[in-house]
Design a protein around this ligand. Structure first.
Ligand SMILES: [Zn+2]
Length: 90
């Protein structure tokens, strides 16, 4: 049983996530949730506009990433990708 008084909120992840999202996103490796092929985000196929986009796998054509930006929010849907991999600079 989890002692809820000991559970931290999402702020505890800020340091690790800050490092994760401070990079050139086009270099992130996207693992397609449909055909399992992986490659840089820059190689996905872009459809739409900068504020309403779909990125599709270059191999199978399935949607890996959806983004919808409004005046108040940015919604990012990565459900079409099994995993996003960010490699540390060497
Ligand atoms: Zn695919």
């Amino acid at each position: 049983m989890i002692d809820e008084s000991m559970v931290l909120d999402g702020n505890a992840a800020a340091g690790a996530l800050e490092a994760l999202f401070a990079f050139d996103v086009t270099t992130a490796i996207v693992h397609c949730g449909h055909c399992r092929v992986s490659g840089p985000l820059a190689e996905l196929r872009f459809y739409g506009s900068p504020r309403a986009m779909v990125l599709r796998c270059k191999t199978c054509g399935e949607v890996n990433v959806r983004l919808l930006e409004t005046d108040r929010t940015i919604n990012l849907d990565l459900s079409g990708a099994v995993r996003i991999e960010v490699r540390r600079p060497t």
